[in-house]
Design a protein around this ligand. Sequence first.
Ligand SMILES: Nc1ncnc2c1ncn2[C@@H]1O[C@H](COP(=O)(O)OP(=O)(O)OP(=O)(O)O)[C@@H](O)[C@H]1O
Ligand SMILES: [Mg+2]
Length: 458
Amino acid sequence: MARPVILVVDDDAGVRESFRLILEDHYDVVDVPDGMSALDLIRTSQVDLVLLDIRLPGMDGIEVLERIKAIDEGVEVILVTAVKTVRTAVAAMKLGAFDYVTKPFEEDELLSLSRRALERRALEREVAFLRSEVARTHDLDEIVGQHPAMERLHGLVAQVARTSSTVLVTGESGTGKELVARAIHLQSARREQPFVAVTPAAMPESLIESELFGHERGAFTGAHQRKLGKFELAQGGTLFLDEIGALRPELQVKLLRVLQEREIERVGGTRAVRIDVRVIAATNTDLKEAVSRGAFRDDLYYRLNVVHVVVPPLRERISDIPPLVDHFIRRDNKRFNKRIQGLSPEALTALHAYRWPGNVRELENVIERCAVLAEGPVVRLNDLPLDVLLPQQATKVRAAEALPLNEATDQFERQMVLRVLDSVSWNLTEAGRILAIHRNSLRVKLARWGVRAPGGER
Ligand SMILES: Nc1ncnc2c1ncn2[C@@H]1O[C@H](COP(=O)(O)OP(=O)(O)OP(=O)(O)O)[C@@H](O)[C@H]1O
Ligand SMILES: [Mg+2]
């Protein structure tokens, strides 16, 4: 990460030099002799913290301070003053200065003050970033789906959004659990507040606790400054705890406590911090079963499971494939500046026949790939990845989902035939020649699969 930039504003070259000596080991330091040059610099380049002398030639420090804040409220300012002007400095804090130091100052004092000011700036940026994330993803957040199961899900989302209850979202990988969580947040009264997503199972074990609950400075080796955890970053908003089934037992206890007490304690901290956060947890494992195995605490399970939202796998709602395909094509056209109109009927048939172990995410990836690679305005069977066309290849690695041999052979045959037909524009004679079977046999097969030539056969 880039080093923070500190701007020193003082008309005395000696003072500027001494600031530089103290700070330049830790920060990038720039200096100017007056307010005007300071403002120019802030307008044109990145400045994180300003050490601002109150007594300056021309425009005085207070006025410079006001103007800095008008340019960029996020820039932190520490006023530097002679003892006599402490009162001015105090007044200046009302104008948004972080703090002040009086000359002569101690090296340590200056360093620690600068560090704290920069911490606040970093935190404010993080919060701003999280807010903008919420805004940015807004238009991508539509949950597409008209299948009755999805209609029920829309209704449930709208209903829980009106409350602050804890929600448990379950479903296979890639079904849209996070999307559902975001939708609940965005439809709730908390929508202006942050939505923070966190996957404790994906974090290094030694860091999980401080990531979730934050830590105080010096809580452990390397904790150089106070850090807020995800719970505090989500204050007022929603915290999405992903892959909750993989949470370690000690953390299950801690999480249970947070949900009960509605307060957290930072690592190395001595007092509790009140938390106003809606928790949405998600898992693709069977939590109930984990409870009966003793791998997941039942009391935590009941705390999380106040409202249970189940997102069905894609293969149980294949009627949603066409609208999902349209949705992704529209989005990818914009993203990749393409003009894809849709899929050929055979390609769509193949998508319906596939089992989608990776659910909507897999479909999304397949469409994205097609959008990038397809040459014409229509995605044809040949443009689809082999995984989808010849799913039994993939079932080799997913023994549990392997099909009986006759079904697998049939599926393979169908994909093969459709693929060839697609490539010869449904000329049955030509396809028969390539596949070395009679065109009448081809007709019989197509009839058995219920496949009709798009626009009539040739
Ligand atoms: N109904 C839907 N409509 C539109 N897009 C969807 C839908 N469901 C899922 N997606 C998209 O599919 C992708 C996967 O969704 P998401 O990350 O929410 O799944 P998940 O259930 O959290 O998966 P995992 O268990 O792997 O974390 C996302 O890009 C999401 O936008
Ligand atoms: Mg997810």
